[in-house]
Write a protein that binds this ligand. Structure first.
Ligand code: NAI
Length: 301
């Protein structure tokens, strides 16, 4: 099998001044991609900022013989996102890969959370994924080629105490991907998600040092870089951490058709075991497939 290379390809990695994004940027560059390194800098809750973090990673890439550009825009800022895309286009004339990775945390139980904490986290993660994707979408359509990797989290997929804002944003990103994967198909634009676990400033203090040592960001990056390659699937949610990789998917049970004759709350209660029976459960590729199942069941199938 030949190695996966990105010679001639152009990538934008958001939030690549540290943590996971930095590793993704370094690995893409090591494999020949020209990389625009975006990072607002700033602290983990999203305050402050500057271009130093992105500049440092650009220097690292250049020192290793690669090509890179730095951008200090916020992924939530329309003008900043436009500038980021313009920088890459002016320098290299195309954009093949977008890794939407930038993120912040404002953890609190929902009882203690201010709506402002909710809004800022939704803004950075969800709109901070949507805006760069929108800015490269037409370019990728014109090229008939694109690979987008969005960054979700087990907190969104499964829930995590104190992260209602973050979880909502992270699962919103999956909803976004589910439609982009369909709309991008005819132009060879593949859109996938990574759900990482890694020792970064986001997770330090949450686990003992010996565990964090096993969770280096570089153990997630091979999965992300595969999702950036020509061979990438589309619409996959890849979970990755410590060298373990798995696919997460949303499934629906076969369920039961109760009919419309005398349908009642009690009927739903009394059929709960059948409604939730995992036998024959499926992951659908489109919302329409799920609706088709409803019609099939209605017709006794
Ligand atoms: P990190 O804090 O080291 O990296 C995030 C980067 O995004 C930082 O360098 C930060 O400056 C940048 N950033 C924040 N707001 C920005 C904005 N508005 N515009 C541009 N850049 C901005 O954290 P980590 O762990 O590397 O996180 C990367 C992604 O992975 C995030 O989306 C995070 O939610 C996700 N993730 C991480 C997990 C982990 O175990 N570390 C678990 C699940 C998801």
């Amino acid at each position: 099998m030949v190695d996966i290379r990105f010679d001639g390809k152009v990538a934008i990695v958001t939030g690549a001044g540290g943590g996971l994004g930095r590793q993704h940027a370094l690995e893409l560059a090591r494999r020949g991609a020209k990389v625009l390194v975006n990072d607002l800098g700033g602290s983990m809750d999203g305050s402050g900022g500057g271009s130093d973090a992105a500049n440092k990673v650009v220097e690292e890439i250049k020192a290793a013989g690669g090509e890179a550009l730095s951008n200090g825009s916020s992924v939530t800022d329309d003008a900043g996102v436009a500038l980021m895309v313009k920088q890459a286009m002016d320098a290299w004339g195309r954009i093949d890969i977008l890794i939407a990775n930038a993120g912040i945390l404002r953890d609190k139980t929902f009882a203690k959370m201010e709506i402002a904490d909710f809004e800022v986290v939704l803004d950075v993660h969800l709109l901070g994924t949507v805006k760069p994707a929108k800015a490269v979408w037409e370019i990728m359509r014109q090229q008939n080629y694109g690979r987008i990797v969005v960054t979700t989290s087990s907190s969104g997929l499964y829930g995590n105490f104190g992260q209602s804002n973050y979880g909502a944003a992270k699962l919103g990103i999956i909803g976004f991907m589910n439609t982009l994967k369909l709309e991008g198909q005819k132009n060879n634009i593949h859109v996938n998600a990574i759900a990482p676990v890694a020792a970064t400033r986001m997770t330090e203090g949450l686990m003992p040092p010996a565990v964090l040592e096993k969770l280096k960001p570089e153990y997630v990056t091979p999965g992300v870089v595969f999702l950036c390659s020509e061979e990438a699937p589309t619409g996959a949610i890849l979970t990755a951490g410590a060298g373990a990789f798995a696919l997460s998917r949303i499934v629906e049970t076969e369920g039961v058709y109760l009919g419309d004759d005398g349908l009642s709350v009690e009927e739903v209660r009394d059929n709960w075991a059948r409604i939730t029976d995992a036998e024959g459960q499926q992951a659908y590729q489109t919302g329409g497939e799920q609706t088709a199942k409803v019609f099939r069941k209605m017709q006794g199938g």
